[in-house]
Design a protein around this ligand. Structure first.
Ligand code: A3P
Ligand code: MG
Ligand code: MG
Length: 380
């Protein structure tokens, strides 16, 4: 299998001879054996409260409550009068993760010497959501992305930059779209309790500032990763396995009435659901299916480890190995490109559908994203 892998990567280089400043996203180049992906380990967690304040603890953890066999959750309830929406024009970049890193530095560092303050024992620090975008890139036909990378004390930090197209979309959402974005959070409120022994409270306020985030460490081939992602809820059984295995991701989707609709769920939604949960090692997605009026009429559990079997009957479907190999090759590409170790230098990686990934370099620019408080703290 090793020879085969080497042959395939030589093929990838041959088919993509442009130059070392571009990376192809063509699916066929990433059809190799599944790369090594270590079981993610939770090294910590943090919470963001109703005002988006950071806490180095699990106060915002919620508990999964098994729904009725015939649920009847009206997702439109409370949109007008019991909804506090996070201001998504505020770009927080990596700030919450960096606060967590500072508070937990001793868990992540090699031996401190008097000669040099200790470095983090990882190659990359980023959000899980940024990695999800990378995993789905070979299959994405609509939305491009921009990722800023800065090497600081040996670790590469990766933070998303909103594209002009994404900004336009955000500023011009229809009222219908705004309301539909609420539905996913309302479903969470019907399914989750604040305490092990309490029940969900559908009469409460939905506040999308609140979040519980896991921080995991893992390795993809030779890339040591530290990333954080929001977790919707956990199994409330005290004998459930340790995090991240006890975590459950919640999703909503349109009700499935025809084989064509089931096929579309497999081909498009399951790709996103799989990528998002596979990365942090969350084993289950619980999906609520809603009718045209926004009422959840059925709930179905998807096991992440069974999704690759589920989609095998779909013609020309996405493949997990392509997602993981592309992500792995992108991170190698970043390591080759990002050579200068400086908090004020940004390597900006850009991608548009049907194009290659390219990058540009920016010194002391608007793109610099590591905050002064982080640089100062890490320099002592
Ligand atoms: P659904 O995905 O069930 O519709 P997450 O599923 O990642 O926990 O996100 C919770 C909800 O946030 C989503 O629920 C959706 O309502 C909203 N949301 C997340 N990402 C979004 C995006 N890129 N665009 C629009 N809404 C989004
Ligand atoms: Mg969530
Ligand atoms: Mg969710």
């Amino acid at each position: 299998p090793n020879n085969h892998r080497q042959h395939q990567s030589e093929l990838a280089a041959e088919k993509n001879p442009q130059n070392s400043r571009a990376l192809s996203t063509r699916r066929e180049l990433y059809e190799r054996d599944f790369p090594v992906y270590k079981q993610p380990v939770e090294v910590g967690n943090f919470s963001l409260d109703s005002e988006r304040r950071f806490f180095n603890d699990s106060r915002q953890m919620r508990y999964y409550v098994e729904p009725d066999r015939n649920p009847n959750f009206n997702l439109r309830d409370g949109y007008k009068d019991r909804f506090i929406k996070r201001d998504d024009s505020v770009k927080e970049k990596l700030s919450h993760i960096l606060r967590w890193v500072i508070a937990n530095r001793s868990k992540l560092t090699t031996r401190m010497t008097t000669a040099s303050p200790c470095a983090l024992d990882v190659d990359f620090v980023t959000w899980r959501g940024h990695l999800t975008k990378l995993l789905t890139t070979p299959y994405e036909t609509r939305e491009g992305w921009m990722l800023a990378a800065t090497k600081f004390r040996g670790t590469i930090y990766i933070s998303e930059v909103e594209t002009e197209a994404a900004q336009r979309e955000r500023e011009n959402r229809t009222e219908r779209h705004e309301e539909m974005m609420y539905w996913g959070y309302k479903f969470e409120q019907y399914m989750c309790a604040d305490n092990v022994h309490s029940a969900p409270d559908p009469d409460g306020v939905v506040n999308t500032n609140e979040a519980f985030c896991t921080v995991v460490q893992t390795r993809l081939a030779d890339h040591r990763l530290l990333f954080s992602g929001e977790v919707d809820c956990r199994d409330k059984d005290p004998s459930a396995p340790a995090p991240p295995t006890c975590y459950i991701e919640l999703k909503t989707s349109a009700e499935i009435c025809t084989p064509k609709q089931r096929s579309n769920l497999h081909r498009f939604k399951l790709l996103k659901w799989w990528a998002q949960s596979f990365l942090p090692g969350v084993p289950r997605v619980v999906a609520g299916f809603r009718d045209h009026e926004g009422v959840v009429v059925s709930v179905e559990t998807f096991h992440i480890s069974k999704i690759s079997q589920l989609i095998k009957n779909e013609y020309n479907c996405w493949r997990p190995t392509v997602c993981m190999n592309f992500c792995c090759d992108f991170l190698s590409f970043v390591k080759r490109a990002v050579t200068e170790d400086s908090h004020s230098v940004v390597y900006l990686f850009s991608w548009e559908p049907h194009k290659d990934v390219t990058y540009s370099v920016h010194r002391d620019s608007q793109y610099s994203f590591l905050p002064h408080w982080f640089i100062d703290e890490m320099s002592t």
